[in-house]
Each structure stands twice: as structure tokens, then as C-alpha cells.
Write a protein that binds this ligand. Structure first.
Ligand code: FAD
Ligand code: AMP
Length: 479
């Protein structure tokens, strides 16, 4: 038997590495097991988020956005940039460098905080034991008073579109193209599909998005989703709703895709196809047989509100458990669980987790949509403010979009905030704080915002809840 720990965390993504660091900070003897290998065959920390998720996708989104600005928008503000071109290999090399810096940074944080990093594949073999199969294939059993499973998720594959190296790829493959495909198909117009479709559309690909659902972004307030759809269409994304992909075939350098919609069966030909139809929990091999850790009907590890599994002292967090598959949700659960293990009282507010789509403009939301609130029988009042009426948005050459606040008609309590606009992902923190603190729309309306800022649109939307926006024709007279 090898070392004994207070806590062993399996997985070093944003759920696991944060849990491990917090546990160590709280004085617990902590180890974190990770098996992710980089291209050089070395174990790296950071999980999906740092290696093939949030960070590399944002590096490409930022680069491709700057390219579009230089090519098409600089002229509007008087900059003559001449012939602008993108060096895709250099863009990719920059992305790789950012990933390397950040993953190395996590290993550094482990050292600094005294977390023992164990390389290999972890498996819970009892409520107090983790077996780790090292890179040399040898198994070692470690004892732990507490175990945290943070094994994450992997892309969903669907039978009609089996992956074909370099041609039919998942999100990971779409972050690796070494040239811009002329015709790109994307299956799934969810968050990841829209971000990756945007990257390659901006760089010149003709992008067709095939989405099975009839509604675009159903989790976003309808007014914001509709405006987003219009803006992305204007940028050239051909988003075809109500289309279900039924088959695909690679023929030489082309991919033939079959799909159906209300009008019948169709075919489309692409140079590359990205399959972005969601992610599934990755629990294969991590939960030993007979330990008694239950999975739910969709394969997620079953946990209570505080991430306790069905086995005492074994917790599970992040993408491998119920809830939104988001890095910050995983991290917050990691902190909560570490605090609980250390004997503190801790809980999470699952009603105040923000979501962001990093398109341009960004889409960000927290809390209920107007439609969800009404469906729940809540009487609401709403306030919206368009960026077209914002001085800062005009100065920024970014007047597209709007901010919308949904408040309880009786109590004025903020129930949701939904924004499409430049920097919406930054602005949404105000909605998160409002929900967390139980603010009223009036609280936001009475707050002094810096001028000129994009956030003033949130202030104006709060004023508009009572019909009193300043820079917009008023709907109501003040009593
Ligand atoms: P993961 O990050 O998946 O980490 C799990 C880790 O556990 C992995 O490193 C894995 O190797 C390891 N592991 C699994 N099993 C074992 C085992 N048996 N032994 C040892 N190690 C094991 N989220 C956002 O919030 N914002 C975004 O902008 C965003 N963009 C994204 C873009 C893309 C393209 C993708 C694919 C995802 C994106 N996400 C984003 C989602 C985000 O990456 C995940 O929600 C987040 O990484 C989940 O964290 P986690 O720690 O639960 O799991
Ligand atoms: P998300 O869950 O945000 O990652 O989005 C995945 C999207 O893929 C969802 O909007 C699904 O409706 C969509 N999808 C799943 N299967 C198919 C399919 N066979 N054809 C087209 N779209 C699909």
C-alpha cells in the first residue's frame, strides 16, 4: 500500500484541480490523479477546459475576430489596413503556446500549494481506496479518507457521422485545422458549434450549420435568441433549423452529408464536417464495480445538491454530474466539496450560474428567460435597452444587440438577465451578483454606473423595467 491522503481527486480539469488546490489550502493532505497526455506523451493538467475547450477556442475566436475587424471594420473607423491575411499556422502556434503556459501553470500551482500530482488512470476501488494505473502500466493503490471524482466529459458521437481523421471531426479536431476549409458543415448549433462555426466563417469558410431543433438557442430569452440568429446570419452563418443529419460518407477529399427537414431528404457536400452534438459524462473505468457509486439514467454520477455520491465520503463534481457543463460550475463545485470535507458549511446557488457564447457579439445570460418565468406561472415585468442607443457602443463601433432584464412583477426581484452585445460575457457578472444578492431591478436602477460604458445598457434596462429609461422613448410617466 502506498501513501495515505486526506483527499484524492481524480481528474485535474477545472473541477478537479480547483478542488485539489482548495483542499490543500485548507490543510488537507491532497493528491490529484490525471491521465491526460499531450502530444509529447507527457501528463498535463487542466482537463478539457485548458487543453481542448474554453481556452484554445477563445484563442481562436479572438484571433479570428481581430482578423475580421482588420479586414472589414477598420475602414469604418478610418484605418487603412491594406491587404489583410491570416497565417493559420501562426494562429494555431499561438493557441498551443497559451495552452502550454496555462497547463504548466496548474502543475506549478499544485507544487506551490503542496498538492501531490499522481500521473496515471485512477479508479475508485472502495470508499477509501483509489487504484492508479501508471504510465508504465503498473497499478498502485492509495488510501484516502475522502475521494472526489472529477472525470469530466467527452464529445458525443452519433451513428450517422462516424469520425474520420481530419475530415469528420469533433470539437477537438476543429481546433486543429491547419488551413481554412472552403465549405464547412457543422452539425449542432449549440454553444460549441456556434463558436467553432464562427471561427472558420470569419476566416473565410462557407459555413452551413445543421440543427435538429426548430428553435434557435432555446435556453436563451426569445428576444435575445432571435436577435442573435439575425446577427449571425448577417455574418454569413447559414443556420438551418429543423434539419436532422441521417448519414455521411467521405468521398476522396469531400464529405457527403444526408439530412432531412420538413421538406424531405437532402444532401450537402463539404470539405470538412464538425460534429458538435453535445458532450457526455466520462465515467468509463473510474467507478470500480461493486463500490456502489450509482449513475443516473443518462450516465452521470448520481449526486445530491452538495455533490455527495451514493457512497459516503466519495464526492463527484463538474461535467460528470448533473447540471450545466461549464468550467466555472465545475470549479465552484470543487470549492464547495473541499470546504465540506474540511468541515465547513458550504452550498452552491445553481440558479445563478452564468452562460456565455463567445461569438461576436457575445451572448450571455443568467437566470430565467421571460418565457420560462411565465411558464412557471410568475407574473413578470421586463426592461430592455438596445446598444444602438449607447454612446459607448457607438464609439466602439459595436451597436448591435440589447440587454434585457426579467423581474418579478410583484416583488421587483431580478429573475434573469439576458444580453447580446460586445463584452456581454463581462457584463453578465452584474446579473449574477443581482441574483446572488436577491436584488430588485430598482437596486440596479439606483446604482451609479461609469460613463461611457457598455454596462450602462444594463442600467438603462433596469430603469426600463419601470418604463423610465433615460436614453429611450419612455413608455410610462413617473408617478
Ligand atoms: P474536464 O475538464 O473534462 O477534466 C476532467 C479530467 O479528468 C481530464 O483531464 C481527464 O483526463 C481526467 N480524467 C478522467 N478520468 C480519469 C481517470 N480515471 N484517471 C485520471 N484522470 C482522469 N466551459 C465554459 O465554462 N466556458 C467556455 O468557454 C467553454 N468552452 C468550451 C469549448 C469547447 C470546444 C469545449 C469542448 C468545452 C468548453 N467548455 C466551456 C466546457 C468546459 O471545458 C467543461 O465544462 C469543463 O472542462 C469541465 O470541467 P471538469 O473538471 O468537470 O472536466
Ligand atoms: P449542445 O448540447 O449545446 O452542445 O448542442 C448540441 C446540438 O446538436 C443540440 O442543439 C442538438 O439539437 C443538436 N443535434 C444533435 N443531434 C443532431 C443531429 N443528428 N442533426 C442535427 N443536429 C443535432
Amino acid at each position: 500500500m502506498a501513501d495515505k491522503f486526506d483527499v484524492i481527486v481524480i481528474g485535474a480539469g477545472p473541477g478537479g484541480y480547483v478542488a485539489a488546490i482548495r483542499a490543500a489550502q485548507l490543510g488537507l493532505k491532497t493528491a490529484c490523479v490525471e491521465k491526460w497526455l499531450n502530444k509529447e506523451g507527457k501528463v498535463v493538467h487542466g482537463g478539457t477546459c485548458l487543453n481542448v475547450g474554453c481556452i484554445p477556442s477563445k484563442a481562436l475566436l479572438e484571433a479570428s475576430h481581430k482578423f475580421v475587424e482588420a479586414k472589414h471594420d477598420f475602414d469604418d473607423i478610418g484605418i487603412q489596413a491594406g491587404d489583410v491575411s491570416m497565417d493559420v499556422k501562426k494562429m494555431m502556434a499561438r493557441k498551443e503556446k497559451i495552452v502550454k503556459n496555462l497547463t504548466g501553470g496548474i502543475s506549478g500551482l499544485f507544487k506551490a500549494n503542496g498538492v501531490t500530482a499522481i500521473d496515471g488512470t485512477g479508479k475508485v476501488t472502495s470508499s477509501k481506496q483509489v487504484e492508479v494505473t501508471g504510465l508504465d502500466g503498473k497499478a498502485t493503490t492509495y488510501e484516502a479518507d475522502n475521494i472526489v471524482i472529477a472525470a469530466g466529459s467527452v464529445p458525443v458521437e452519433i451513428p450517422p457521422t462516424p469520425l474520420v481523421e481530419g475530415m469528420v471531426v469533433d470539437s477537438t479536431g476543429a481546433l486543429e485545422f491547419d488551413e481554412v476549409p472552403e465549405r464547412l458543415g457543422v452539425i449542432g448549433a449549440g454553444i460549441i458549434g456556434l463558436e467553432l462555426g464562427s471561427v472558420w466563417n470569419r476566416l473565410g469558410a462557407e459555413v452551413t450549420m445543421l440543427e435538429a431543433m426548430d428553435t434557435f438557442l432555446p435556453m436563451v430569452d426569445t428576444a435575445i435568441a432571435k436577435e442573435t440568429q439575425k446577427l449571425l446570419k448577417k455574418q454569413g452563418l447559414d443556420i438551418r433549423l429543423g434539419t436532422r443529419v441521417t448519414g455521411s460518407e467521405v468521398k476522396g477529399k469531400e464529405v457527403l452529408v444526408k439530412y432531412t427537414d420538413a421538406k424531405g431528404e437532402h444532401e450537402a457536400t463539404f470539405d470538412k464536417l464538425i460534429v458538435c452534438v453535445g458532450r457526455r459524462p466520462y465515467t468509463q473505468g473510474v467507478v470500480g464495480e461493486g463500490v456502489g457509486i450509482k449513475l443516473d439514467e443518462r450516465g452521470f454520477i448520481f449526486v445530491d445538491d452538495q455533490c455527495r455520491t451514493s457512497v459516503p465520503n466519495v464526492y463527484a463534481i463538474g461535467d460528470c454530474v448533473r447540471g450545466q457543463m461549464l468550467a466555472h460550475k465545475a470549479s465552484e463545485e470543487g470549492i464547495m466539496v473541499a470546504d465540506i470535507i474540511a468541515g465547513h458549511k458550504a452550498e452552491m446557488n445553481y440558479d445563478a450560474i452564468p452562460s456565455v457564447i463567445y461569438t461576436f457579439p457575445e451572448v450571455a445570460w443568467v437566470g430565467l428567460t421571460e418565457q420560462e418565468a411565465k411558464a412557471a406561472g410568475i407574473e413578470v415585468k421586463t426592461g430592455s435597452f438596445p446598444f444602438a442607443a449607447s454612446g459607448r457602443a457607438m464609439a466602439n463601433n459595436a451597436t448591435e444587440g440589447q440587454a434585457k432584464i426579467i423581474a418579478d412583477a410583484e416583488t421587483d426581484r431580478v429573475l434573469g438577465m439576458h444580453i447580446v452585445g460586445q463584452h456581454a460575457g463581462e457584463m453578465i457578472a452584474q446579473g449574477v451578483i443581482a441574483l446572488e444578492f436577491g436584488s430588485s431591478a430598482e437596486d440596479l436602477a439606483l446604482t451609479c454606473y461609469a460613463h461611457p460604458t457598455m454596462s450602462e445598457a444594463v442600467h438603462e434596462a433596469a430603469l426600463a423595467v419601470e418604463g423610465h429609461a433615460i436614453h429611450m422613448a419612455n413608455r410610462k410617466k413617473r408617478k
